[in-house]
Design a protein around this ligand. Structure first.
Ligand SMILES: [Zn+2]
Length: 213
C-alpha cells in the first residue's frame, strides 16, 4: 500500500488518469491462491519430478485463476486429467490439473479470481486435490520453465501447510470422540482426511491426520 501512496504522491498533479492506470497494472502483479486448501505436497519432491504444489480440498471446491489472462488450453489428459492452462500478461503460464469440471474454453479472456473449474480427482491422482504449476514463460513438455509456485503466491495463513500429526484409530473410537480428544470438530477431521460428509465410517488401525492448532 505504501508503494502506491508514494507513487501516487509523485504522479498527483501530473495526471490522475496515469495514476489510476499505474495502480491497475500493479494489481495485476499480485496473485491470489487458486483454491483454499491444505498443501499436501510441495515443488521439487518425487526426485525433482513434481513440478507444482498440491492443494487438497473437497471435490467440487471452486478453483480460481491466480491472475488475469487468457485460457491457452482446456482439455482432458491421461496424466493431468481435466486441466486448464492460463497465459498471463506478465508472460507466466499457470496450470490447474485433476479438475472435476472445466468451466472455461480455449481463447477465453479471464479476470483474476475467475472460477476456471472445480477441484477433483481426475487423471493420475490418488485423492481430491489441485495440482498447480507455474511456468516462467510457456509450459513445455519437459517443464523446463517450471518454478516454485510459492515464489509467486502471497503469504497466507490459510494456505500454508498446516502441521499435522497422525492418529491411529483404536477399537471403539468414533470420529466424535477423536475430534473431542484433539479439540477439533468432526467436520475438520473429515476434511483433513477426505472422508465424505455422508460417511462416518472409520476402522481400527486406520491412520487419521489431525491438524495441529
Ligand atoms: Zn501434484
Amino acid at each position: 500500500m505504501f508503494r502506491y501512496v508514494k507513487k501516487g504522491l509523485f504522479i498527483i498533479g501530473v495526471c490522475s488518469i496515469l495514476y489510476a492506470s499505474s495502480v491497475q497494472a500493479e494489481d495485476d502483479d499480485i496473485w491470489i491462491w487458486p483454491v483454499e486448501g491444505r498443501m499436501t505436497d510441495t515443488f521439487g519432491t518425487r526426485g525433482g519430478q513434481h513440478y507444482g504444489i498440491d492443494l487438497a480440498a473437497p471435490t467440487g471446491t471452486d478453483v480460481r485463476t491466480v491472475a488475469s489472462g487468457e485460457v491457452t488450453k482446456s482439455y482432458y489428459s491421461e496424466s493431468y486429467g481435466n486441466v486448464v492452462f492460463v497465459k498471463h500478461t506478465n508472460g507466466y503460464e499457470t496450470v490447474y490439473a485433476h479438475l472435476h469440471t472445466r468451466n472455461v474454453k480455449e481463447g477465453e479472456k479471464i479476470k483474476i479470481g475467475t472460477v476456471i473449474g472445480t477441484l477433483g480427482n481426475t487423471g493420475h491422482s490418488t485423492g481430491p486435490h489441485l495440482h498447480f504449476e507455474v511456468h516462467k514463460g510457456a509450459w513445455t513438455f519437459g517443464k523446463e520453465n517450471a518454478i516454485n509456485p510459492l515464489a509467486m503466491l502471497p503469504d497466507a495463513q490459510m494456505v500454508t501447510a498446516k502441521e499435522t500429526k497422525t492418529y491411529t484409530v483404536k477399537k471403539g473410537d468414533t470420529l466424535f470422540n477423536i475430534a473431542k480428544q484433539f479439540d477439533t470438530s468432526v467436520q475438520q477431521l473429515k476434511e483433513a482426511n477426505n472422508i465424505s460428509s455422508a460417511d462416518d465410517t472409520i476402522y481400527p488401525m486406520q491412520k487419521l491426520q489431525i491438524e495441529n492448532k
